[in-house]
Design a protein around this ligand. Structure first.
Ligand SMILES: Nc1nc2c(ncn2[C@@H]2O[C@H](COP(=O)(O)OP(=O)(O)O)[C@@H](O)[C@H]2O)c(=O)[nH]1
Ligand SMILES: [Mg+2]
Length: 444
């Protein structure tokens, strides 16, 4: 499988998010550290990893999730989007028209094989195609291409001694719509290779010059792509051997910041193992978007479960309220739970929940906790006893204002009222909530 390790590492990260009780700063940072490890093992450049980590933290910890999304879902979505962003820019598209294509790259990167893959690609799509064997450096190179041509039943032009002559002859003779030129590699992009490729370019006048990059060079793909582009000019990248390396993620991430677009990927030695590169599709296959959807569903249930438990007990004092403050998304889940209750059209009850409460900011939650901490156990159990003089005392003791204490009490009462309207604990045994409770494994 392509990028096995990266895929399983990322899946694990998503699973961890789904399993989170509370999505707070510490949890986000812990998960981002896991993610960093996974990416660095895949040879993604450290600077890129750090930039991505910062993006994720900023979004999840500082931005408000879009409406109707819990913070956990938002975390999952943010991570998913960032991975797509990391691994690619745009979807690769190989034009299906008469064209001359020159493949370049270092020794063993997969040029000759990719020539065959391209020929098959065009042939399958109805374009007459031929190969041109311009690699005269390695003795067996032309034979290799001829064998591929034979397999595909396409012409292979090889007449001439020097690469330039072979190209010239082919351009003159060939009638095929698509001409694919193989070229020689080197250990490094030296001046000899640059000169040879420039000369070939002058004769061929290629519509496309594709640099072939093997995924196993990881993050070095960036430098290689930039060097080739500067010296000879390229129109796109083909990343090969994605099937056989743990560094593929690094190679794709590096390619995506190199300024050239990855058009095609090689995912095996066979000529059929060749695909257009669509980062979005690639990532959804890598991680399994179906799996992610499932995780999102689970995340929702996990949050709702504890709230449901409390409701079942029919108890909702400031102590329960305090516990719920521990996690934003739980109250978000409460509102989505309300929405699910049959007979409460359009989530009418959810609408009655103080909107403020559902969007409580982390900072506010902290202050509310201080306030409740300053109350006596009796006040927490029986908040109705909190009158003006107590409000004053509590505000002073918690370092907050009286308005804040009153705001908290108001929110608490509103939520309690909503819970009463749903029948509280009793409704879980009979009535509309029973079905829901069962779904959470809480029903009788
Ligand atoms: N696993 C795998 N091997 C590949 C892929 N592309 C090329 N190869 C192998 O890489 C080796 C070098 O390929 P070749 O086309 O001769 O490279 P060249 O020197 O650039 O022409 C060969 O053994 C190919 O079978 C690929 O996508 N996946
Ligand atoms: Mg070759």
């Amino acid at each position: 499988m392509v990028l096995d390790k990266l895929g399983s590492g990322l899946k694990e990260t998503f699973r961890r998010i789904a399993g989170l009780g509370i999505v707070d700063k510490e949890a986000v940072e812990r998960i981002v550290r896991d993610l960093q490890r996974t990416l660095i093992q895949s040879d993604v450049d450290v600077q890129i990893v750090l930039g991505m980590s910062q993006n994720i933290k900023n979004k999840v910890l500082k931005e408000k999730p879009p409406k109707g999304m819990t913070i956990k879902e938002y975390f999952v979505k943010t991570l998913y989007d960032e991975i797509i962003n990391l691994l690619g820019r745009e979807k690769g598209k190989l034009g299906l028209k008469p064209s001359r294509i020159l493949l370049i790259g270092l020794f063993g990167c997969g040029k000759t094989t990719t020539c065959g893959k391209l020929a098959l690609w065009f042939k399958k799509r109805g374009l007459s195609t031929a190969l041109v064997a311009c690699d005269t450096h390695r003795a067996a190179a032309q034979d290799q291409l001829k064998q591929i041509g034979k397999k595909l039943d396409v012409n292979v032009y090889s007449e001439g001694k020097k690469p330039e002559d072979i190209a010239k002859n082919a351009v003159k003779k060939a009638k095929e719509n698509v001409l694919i030129f193989d070229s020689a590699g080197r250990d490094a992009l030296d001046r000899g290779l640059a000169k040879e490729l420039k000369n070939l370019g002058k004769i061929i006048k290629p519509d496309e010059v594709f640099l072939v990059i093997p995924a196993d060079i990881g993050q070095a793909a960036r430098k290689q792509s930039e060097e080739f582009n500067k010296m000879v000019g390229i129109t796109g990248l083909i990343v090969t051997k994605l099937d056989g390396t743990a560094k593929g993620g690094g190679a794709l991430a590096a390619s995506s910041v190199s300024g050239s677009n990855v058009l095609m990927i090689g995912v095996g030695e066979k000529l059929e193992n060749f695909e257009e590169y669509d980062p979005q599709r690639f990532v959804s296959r890598l991680i399994g978007y179906g799996d992610i959807q499932g995780l999102l569903e689970k995340a929702k249930e996990a949050g709702a479960e504890e709230t449901a438990k409390k409701l079942m007990e029919g108890k909702f004092t400031l102590n329960e309220f305090y516990e719920q403050l521990g996690s934003l998304q739980k109250m978000g889940s409460l509102s989505s739970m309300m929405n699910m209750i049959p007979g409460l059209s359009g989530g009418a009850l959810a609408k009655k929940l103080p909107k403020d409460f559902l969007d409580v900011q982390e900072d506010k939650m902290k202050r509310w906790k201080f306030i409740i901490d300053s109350m006596t156990p009796g006040e927490r159990e029986e908040p109705d006893v909190i009158k003006q003089s107590r409000v004053q005392r509590i505000a002073k003791g918690s370092g907050t204002t009286q308005a804040e204490v009153r705001e908290l009490l108001k929110n608490y009462r509103q939520i309690k009222k909503v819970l009463k309207m749903t029948g509280g604990g009793k409704a879980f045994k009979r009535g509309p909530l029973a079905k829901l409770a069962k779904q959470f494994g809480l029903g009788a």
